[in-house]
Structure formats: C-alpha cells, structure tokens
Design a binder for this molecule. Structure first.
Ligand code: CP
Ligand code: NVA
Length: 309
C-alpha cells in the first residue's frame, strides 16, 4: 500500500511513478465528486497555513477553496505580515506554526526556504512554487493531459522558452510518467543541469525520455503537447528587456505549432504575456487548454492535501 499520510510535497522527484499516478487518479475522482455535488470532507476541523512571499491568483484561490471543500479552513499569510518578514527564522516559524496547523504551503524565492520549512515543521509542507520548481502546477497539468488524451505514457511534451521552475517540474513529471519530454531554450536559459540529470535517471526507470535542445522547431516536431511559460518569472522582472531579446525566436506561434501533431494541446501555467512567449492566436485558439489546467489546480491540490494531511 502507498504511504502518503504525513509526507511533504516538495517536488515530484520525491514521489514514485505509482504515487504520482495515485494522486492523478484521486484528483480525477475528487473532481467527479465535486461536480456531482457529492460532499467529501476528510479534512474537517483541519487548518492549512499558506505562506506567500510572491503574488498569486490560481494557487492562493485553489488552495483556499480546496481546503474549504475538503471540510477544513485555510489562512492566507503574506510573508510581509508575519514575523518571518522581520527576520524570524524559518525554523522558528515552522515549529510555531506546527503547533496550530495541520499543513503548510509556501510560495517563496529560494527553494532552500521550502526545504528548511519542511525540515522544521512537524506537519506536511507543500511547495506552492519556488524558483526551482512548481510541482502542484505540473500535477494539475498531467491530470489535464490524462483527462484529454486518455493516457500519458509515450506522449511527447515539448516545452519552449525559459528553463525555469515550470520546466523542471514538467520534466520530472514526464520522466516519472514514462513520457517523452523535449525542451528548447536559448543559451544561458537552459534548465538546471542537476535536475536534467535526475530526470534522465528517473526516465530510465519508466521508459520515458528527456531531450534538452536549443532549436524550438526540432523540439516541437511531432509533439502531442506544446507548453510555454513567461520569459521573465517572478523575481526576474528587471531582466525583462534583455530577456525579450534572448527569447525573440522562442515564441509559440502559428508557424511553430505546424510542426506538432495536428491534434496537439497548447498548455501554459498562466499568467501569460500574449505576443511574447505565445501568440494570441495560439493561446486563445482551439488547441489551448489553459483554463482546464487552471481548474485542475483545485482538484490536483485537493488530492495532495487529502492524501498527505
Ligand atoms: N500558475 C500559477 O501558479 O498561478 P498563480 O501565480 O496565479 O498562483
Ligand atoms: N515561471 C513562473 C510561473 C508562474 C506560475 C514564475 O515563477 O513566475
């Protein structure tokens, strides 16, 4: 049997293929329950703390509503409004909060903050985005693919653009799920070498494949899914101008998508910049599933919380 109670959810790397598939199936089941009006409240009386050091629309709303639907409650804790913003250590914050809460999510810059919080806390900690990874989004995205394509194994997902937190989590997820992941990023913006290495090792266990490339056209050849994300992530806004130059040949547009399969899906974690990383025609076109992904944040995170809390 799977042992998920009490676990942290810091990255897909810590979860086996079976555990990830279990979470995806549970997400689909919880979505069905919610849509049919069935009340399911395994977290009645439980409380979730949500520490945010960066902005959020989807993550904040979906965790807060998800916790409510599961019978519990959520507290929004802006980093600037808690003592952590004045220098209280993450370790003391973690220990204090563990006395009140049944789970903590954190959105922060340095991934080491996530790890430190998890180390100090005695309740499960969930990574709600760090500069290194965004596993909740990747889980919701693979739920979306599974629902729409009916399978994951063997599908080709091509990520175009900045080798960022999304790239890392999608790459690791694809590796665990036996998919073919390709990416194309300009020089200097490649995904992290250590994560590529770990993803390749995971892919070797599942029949998946990871190809980190330079040329967008080569990367999207025959793709089932094309994914992109902003050129300047949160915390990199001051690099916007130089990034626009570096990424000018990396826009997902009508020309590029011609090289994918005719029934390709377009995906983006949002928020998006139309006319930069993706053309308006593609992101608002009939292949785009961006709001299904956004919706599935709710269901996928409910699955994670129901499983580990
Ligand atoms: N995709 C995502 O995490 O969106 P938010 O930044 O709005 O939470
Ligand atoms: N890569 C983006 C994702 C936002 C959900 C960022 O970190 O800003």
């Amino acid at each position: 049997a799977l042992q998920l109670k009490g676990r942290d959810f810091l990255g897909l790397i810590d979860y086996s293929p079976e555990e990830i598939r279990y979470l995806l199936d549970l997400a689909i089941e919880l979505k069905r329950k919610q849509k049919s009006g069935e009340v399911y409240q395994p977290l009645k009386g439980k409380s979730l703390g949500m520490i945010f050091e960066k902005s959020s629309t989807r993550t904040r709303v979906s965790f807060e509503v998800g916790m409510y639907q599961l019978g519990g409650q959520a507290l929004f804790l802006s980093k600037n409004d808690i003592q952590m913003g004045r220098g209280e250590t993450i370790r003391d914050t973690a220990q204090t909060m563990s006395r009140y809460l049944d789970g903590i999510i954190i959105r922060t810059f340095g991934h080491r903050n996530v790890v430190e919080l998890a180390r100090g806390a005695t309740v499960p900690v969930i990574n709600a985005l760090s500069d290194q990874s965004h596993p909740c989004q990747a889980l919701a995205d693979y739920q979306t693919v599974l629902e729409m394509k009916g399978k994951l194994e063997g599908l080709k997902i091509s990520y175009i653009g900045d080798g960022n937190n999304m790239t890392h989590s999608l790459m690791m997820g694809a590796a665990k799920l036996g998919m073919h992941f390709t990416s194309a990023s300009p020089a200097g913006y490649e995904p992290a070498a250590d994560i590529i290495q770990l993803a390749k090792e995971a892919a070797a266990q599942t029949g998946g494949r990871i190809d980190v490339l330079r040329d967008p056209r080569e990367a999207v050849e025959g793709a089932d899914i094309i994914y992109t994300d902003v050129w300047a992530s949160m915390g990199f806004e001051e690099e916007q101008k130089e990034r626009e130059k570096a990424f000018k040949d990396y826009q997902v547009n009508e020309q590029l998508v011609k090289h994918a399969k005719s029934d390709y899906m377009f995906m983006h974690c949002l928020p998006a910049h139309r006319g930069e990383e993706v053309s308006e025609g593609v992101i608002d076109g009939k292949h785009s599933v961006i709001f299904d992904e956004a919706e599935n944040r709710l269901h996928a995170q409910k699955a994670v919380m129901a499983a580990i809390m």
